[in-house]
Design a protein around this ligand. Structure first.
Ligand code: NAP
Length: 249
């Protein structure tokens, strides 16, 4: 197989399962060594083992909450020590706490902003040190199409993802001079554990609104991430790539 990411080291947050795991798999199959983190210990261990066997790449893993700045800095140091550097960061960890505005608790508002947006800030701040030193880096932020469109019942989540898009553009402007590129991927409706919680009626309503008339897969997102992590996209920075079957045009 073509190995456009040979010699690269990629840190993917929230990579024990779902979209993060698919991203890790695609990056490894394209030649990258992996640094995997998540809060789900058992799933993370199983994923690290599975991907190391499948790809024959080096894989390290550590339980890490993305909102922990000391833990993030320590993990970046470990990655550099054990894998020889850090070229790619995928800020993928994310949560939802959906509720209509009238019923959304301040706690659910703050928790979603903290994990999705502050977590991306924390991991980015830790990861850019070796990238700036190497004068090359690729940051891919997993936002959401609702960060562009808004969504009833997801004020907290949509605001966090819109914040991630603004973070992406700011980092792209601030670090371009050091060779660091930052882009966002904005998935639409992707079949994972996160969306399995939704009712059949809500899923059907989404399906009707998607011009391509099918839900996306984790692989649909992972392939776009692999492109944005590779040298093929080196002249792209500060962009938001919407991957949603045409939902938002
Ligand atoms: P998922 O299956 O819930 O996976 C997310 C992973 O991140 C889980 O293992 C989760 O652990 C972990 N995580 C949660 N909080 C964390 C924290 N504080 N620190 C570290 N890891 C944490 O979700 P997914 O569907 O794959 O989504 C991945 C990303 O894509 C998210 O950013 C999501 O917002 C975005 N996205 C998804 C869709 C979709 O349709 N699925 C659409 C648009 C955007 P827990 O299970 O313990 O929370």
């Amino acid at each position: 197989m073509n190995q456009p990411l040979a010699g690269r080291v990629a840190w993917i947050t929230g990579s024990a399962r779902g979209i993060g795991k698919a991203i890790a798999r695609h990056l490894a199959l394209q030649g990258a060594d992996l640094a995997l983190t998540d809060v789900l210990e058992d799933d993370l261990y199983a994923t690290a083992k599975e991907l190391a066997l499948e790809s024959n790449r080096k894989v390290i893993h550590q339980v890490l909450d993305v909102t922990d700045p000391v833990g993030a800095a320590g993990f970046v140091q470990r990655t550099v020590d054990e894998l020889g550097g850090l070229t790619i960061l995928v800020n993928n960890a994310g949560i939802t706490r959906d509720a209509l505005m009238m019923r959304m608790s301040l706690n659910d508002w703050e928790r979603v902003l903290h994990v999705n947006l502050t977590g991306s800030f924390v991991c980015t701040q830790a990861a850019i040190k070796p990238m700036m030193k190497a004068r090359y880096g690729k940051i891919v932020n997993i936002a959401s199409v609702v960060g562009v469109m808004g969504n009833a019942g997801q004020a907290n989540y949509s605001a966090s993802k819109a914040g991630m898009i603004a973070l992406t553009k700011s980092v792209a402007k601030e670090l371009a001079g050091r060779g660091v590129r930052a882009n966002a991927v904005a998935p639409g409706f992707i079949e994972t554990d996160m969306t399995h919680q939704l009712s059949p009626e809500v899923k059907e309503a989404y399906l009707q609104a998607i011009p391509l008339k099918y839900l996306g897969s984790s692989d649909d997102i992972a392939q776009v991430c692999a492109f944005l992590a590779s040298a093929a996209s080196d002249y792209i920075s500060g962009q938001v790539l919407i991957v949603d079957g045409g939902l938002h045009m």
